[in-house]
Design a binder for this molecule. Structure first.
Ligand SMILES: Nc1ncnc2c1ncn2[C@@H]1O[C@H](COP(=O)(O)OP(=O)(O)OP(=O)(O)O)[C@@H](O)[C@H]1O
Length: 291
C-alpha cells in the first residue's frame, strides 16, 4: 500500500530515455543512428515538487523539457507524465510551458494574452469564462490593474508574468519553465523567483525549471538535476537541504552556500573543467542513498 502510494506520488518519470533530432550532430558512442542528443536519462519528479535541470549550454535541457511537454518523441526508453504519454498529458492540458521569450500577441491586451491558449484549447468555455479565469491568474501573478495594457506597455518582468498567467490559465498540473527569467535584470529576476515560490505555495503545481543560475536553482528547488553533455545524461541529483517556505533570508543559510558550492563543482565537472572533488562526490553518494 505504502509502495503504491509512493508510486502514484511520481508525476513525471523517465527510464533509460533517449531523445534526438533527425539530422542532428552525431555524438560518438550514441545509438539511434547517431542522432541522439540525450541518452540513458532516468528522472523522477514527485507530484508538487519544484525541481530544476542545469548543465552546460547545448546539453539537452530544453530537449528534455520538450519531451515532457510531448513536443519531442523518444527514440528510446520510456517517459510517462501523469500516468500516460506526454502527448496525451498535453492533450488533457496537464502541462503548461513558459519560455525565455514571453511571445505575447502584440495586438492583444494582457487579459486576452493570458486567456489566449485556453481560448484555443477550450473555446466551448466561452469568452466571459476564459476572461474570468485569465483575470484570476493575472491577479495571482501580481498584475491586477494591468489587464487592459498591451505588451508594448509592459516591462520585461511584467510580460513574463503574463506568460506565467497564460500557462496557469490552462489549469495544468505541471508547469515547465525554460529559462523564464533569463532575459531579466538581476533584481527583477530575484523578484520573479519569490513570485514563483509564492505561486507554487498557493497552487502546489509540480514545476520543472531549466536555469543557468545556480542561485535560482538552490533558492527554488527541492532537487537539482545536473546534466552532462555529448550525449547528455543526468550525472547527479543534488537535494537542497533547506526547508520551505524560502525567501531572501534563505541566502544567508550556511546550507544554501554549501549546496551552491557542491553544484558549482558538479557543473565544472560537467563542462570538463575539473573533476568533482570529494565534497561533491560525498554529497552525490548521500543523495543516491536517499533516492
Ligand atoms: N530542432 C532541432 N533540430 C536538430 N537539433 C536540435 C534541435 N533543437 C536542439 N538541437 C540540438 O540538440 C542539442 C541540445 O539542445 P538543447 O536546446 O536541448 O540544449 P540546452 O541544454 O537547452 O541548451 P541552452 O542551455 O543553450 O539553452 C544541441 O546540440 C542542439 O544543437
Amino acid at each position: 500500500m505504502v509502495a503504491e502510494q509512493r508510486a502514484t506520488d511520481i508525476l513525471i518519470s523517465a527510464e533509460d530515455l533517449a531523445l534526438g533530432y533527425p539530422g542532428s550532430a552525431a555524438f560518438p558512442g550514441t545509438t539511434g543512428g547517431g542522432t541522439n542528443v540525450i541518452e540513458h536519462v532516468d528522472l523522477k519528479v514527485r507530484r508538487g515538487a519544484i525541481v530544476s535541470l542545469i548543465g552546460p549550454s547545448g546539453c539537452g535541457k530544453s530537449t528534455l523539457l520538450k519531451a515532457i511537454a510531448g513536443l519531442v518523441a523518444p527514440t528510446g526508453g520510456t517517459i510517462r507524465v501523469g500516468g500516460t504519454t506526454p502527448s496525451e498529458a498535453a492533450r488533457r492540458r496537464q502541462v503548461g510551458m513558459v519560455l525565455q521569450d514571453a511571445t505575447l500577441l502584440p495586438w492583444k491586451s494582457a487579459l486576452d494574452n493570458a486567456g489566449f491558449l485556453l481560448s484555443l484549447a477550450a473555446p466551448e468555455l466561452g469568452r466571459a469564462e476564459i476572461r474570468r479565469r485569465a483575470g484570476e491568474n493575472l491577479r495571482l501573478v501580481g498584475l491586477e490593474g494591468a489587464e487592459g495594457k498591451l505588451p508594448r506597455q509592459l516591462s520585461g518582468g511584467m510580460k513574463q508574468r503574463v506568460a506565467i498567467a497564460r500557462a496557469l490559465t490552462l489549469s495544468p498540473e505541471i508547469l515547465l519553465l525554460d529559462e523564464p527569467f533569463g532575459a531579466l535584470d538581476a533584481i527583477t529576476r530575484e523578484e520573479m523567483s519569490y513570485l514563483l515560490l509564492e505561486i507554487w505555495e498557493r497552487t502546489q503545481k509540480t514545476i520543472v525549471l531549466v536555469t543557468h543560475s545556480i542561485d535560482e536553482a538552490v533558492l527554488l528547488c527541492s532537487d537539482v538535476h545536473v546534466m552532462g553533455a555529448r550525449p547528455a545524461r543526468i550525472i547527479e541529483r543534488v537535494t537542497v537541504p533547506l526547508p520551505y517556505p524560502r525567501d531572501q533570508h534563505s541566502f544567508e543559510d550556511a546550507r544554501f552556500r554549501e549546496t551552491e558550492a557542491v553544484l558549482r563543482e558538479h557543473l565544472l565537472a560537467s563542462h570538463g573543467r575539473a573533476h568533482a572533488p570529494q565534497r561533491a562526490a560525498n554529497q552525490g553518494a548521500a543523495n543516491r542513498g536517499a533516492a
